[in-house]
Design a binder for this molecule. Structure first.
Ligand code: AMP
Ligand code: MG
Length: 452
């Protein structure tokens, strides 16, 4: 586990007052590690979890060479270019049963999709490419409609016995669940679920249910953060709105560090804040305060909260024998919790979460594939952009009549304007060195589908 100072020393040109988005990602990659505890869960519970062990195939899928079509199986060497081929049908092979007889020269076997290919046969002609002379038990294959090897599936084509079917670090998607089941396996070994605690700070922030008050706003960040975390499949711990009092902040950070692997706060991290949030983060942990060259979301605090006198439960051996043991209230690993101190503005919270926190949490979940690929879309409008910072504009991505992706910005791009985020189905990512965008220019887009 590296300290903030150690990581900072490793990064070229590290300046906490002027970090690029790329430097932030590089920093976080060095800061976070996957949880160590694992558990074995039933296949249904595996959805959305991260594999903690390779799934090694105990069998080959498919287990035999088999037919990909309903038709007739034959030895393909008999096919001659430019000539039809007539063969005698000697029997029928059904799916799920091996055919017992032999098929000689000048013969073929009626075969169903999925049926085992008998020894010596290597090619299947689909039924519709053949003609049958009435009742004489022969079929004729027209000239040049078939090549040797056509319509045969090989044993182990999907998976070979002893091979790695799914690697450690893979997120279990619906397809992955199906693959596990196709191997006859009922359980998977996954990392324990990550636990993330979050709270909002700021004296002007109202909890739902409180009457409106001049100068105060309702807390929206806890709800967006809740949604973002839940979609990621982590266990959430909601610590509410914490007022700007040292004792309350300290209690919240201690509680969070004890129970959670990561803590997400919003508000109170910009310079010149009159509040105690920054002070408490510094006091209870090893924390860096950054100004990131990005928009929205400039201020951010990152580090590890490890209050003195802090004692988390020791891990002993495999963390969980059963699925329920991670429900205990203290997390198993020691070492405090990773802090993501996000800015207060509602759009900045979502953008910094998507750009930095989400990939870091995925890494902590054990995933080896944290960042979804950006797509390219054509901007239908001019976008003003200063080189020297990364900008995330809220965008609406659509398919143009010619099938290409196009994107336009949604509404007021102010960092507090959540409606622009609601209308958007993606973020237009304008990179650090990029300048103004002209209509028709291609831009990178992070689409929300599959992400949030
Ligand atoms: P700060 O980063 O604390 O200076 O906050 C920046 C802006 O975000 C201020 O206008 C805050 O009122 C607003 N803000 C902070 N926290 C929240 C929250 N939880 N929900 C909605 N708005 C917030
Ligand atoms: Mg504030």
């Amino acid at each position: 586990m590296k300290t903030i100072a150690q990581i900072a020393a490793e990064l070229q040109g590290y300046d906490p007052q002027a970090l690029s988005a790329e430097q932030v990602s590089a920093f976080l990659e060095r800061l976070v590690q996957p949880v160590t505890a694992t558990e074995e869960v039933g296949i249904f519970e595996g959805l959305g979890r991260v594999l903690a062990r390779d799934v090694v195939s105990p069998l080959s899928v498919p287990p035999h060479d088999n037919s990909a079509m309903d038709g007739y199986a034959l030895a393909g060497a008999q096919l001659v270019a430019g000539q039809p081929l007539t063969l005698r049908v000697v029997g029928t092979a059904l799916a799920g049963k091996a055919w017992a007889g032999t098929v000689g020269a000048g013969e073929c076997l009626k075969i169903m999709t999925g049926a085992i290919m008998p020894a010596g046969l290597d090619t299947v002609v689909p039924q519709e490419f053949t003609t049958t002379a009435a009742a004489d038990g022969h079929i004729t294959i027209a000239a040049d409609v078939l090549r040797l090897g056509d319509n045969r599936r090989f044993k182990g084509e999907d998976l070979m016995e002893g091979g790695v079917a799914l690697a450690k670090g893979e997120l279990l998607t619906p397809a992955a669940l199906g693959l596990v089941a196709s191997l006859g396996l009922k359980t998977v070994t996954v990392y324990r679920r990550l636990r993330v605690a979050y709270f909002s700070t700021g004296d002007e922030i109202l909890s739902l249910g409180e009457p409106p008050r001049e100068g105060a706003v309702y807390d929206s960040n806890r709800y967006t953060v809740f949604g973002l975390l839940t979609r990621l499949g982590v266990e959430v711990i909601d610590l509410g709105v914490v007022r700007d009092e040292p004792a309350l902040l300290e209690a919240a950070f201690r509680d969070a560090a004890q129970r959670a692997d990561a803590i997400i706060t919003s508000g109170g991290v910009s310079v010149g804040e009159a509040d105690h949030t920054r002070h408490m983060m510094k006091q209870l942990g090893d924390v860096a305060f950054w100004r990131i060259a990005m928009r929205p979301g400039r201020p951010m605090a990152v580090g590890r909260i490890t209050p003195s006198g802090f004692q988390a439960k020791e891990v002993s051996g495999a963390y969980a024998e059963s699925a329920s043991s991670y429900q205990k209230d203290t997390k198993p690993e020691t070492g405090g919790a990773i802090l993501f101190g996000l800015p207060g503005n509602p759009v900045a919270v979502m953008v910094t979460f998507l750009a930095f926190v989400r990939p870091a949490l995925l890494r902590m979940m054990g995933s080896t594939r944290p960042a979804p690929p950006l797509l390219r879309a054509v901007s239908t409008e001019a976008i003003r952009k200063k080189p020297g910072r990364t900008e995330y504009q809220r965008g609406s991505v659509t398919t143009a009549p010619d099938g290409t992706l196009q994107v336009c910005t949604t509404g007021n791009q102010g960092s507090g304007v959540l409606s622009s985020m609601v209308q958007a189905n993606g973020l237009i990512v304008l990179h650090h060195g990029q300048g103004n965008v002209a209509p028709g220019d291609a831009v990178d887009v992070m689409v929300f589908e599959g992400v949030i």
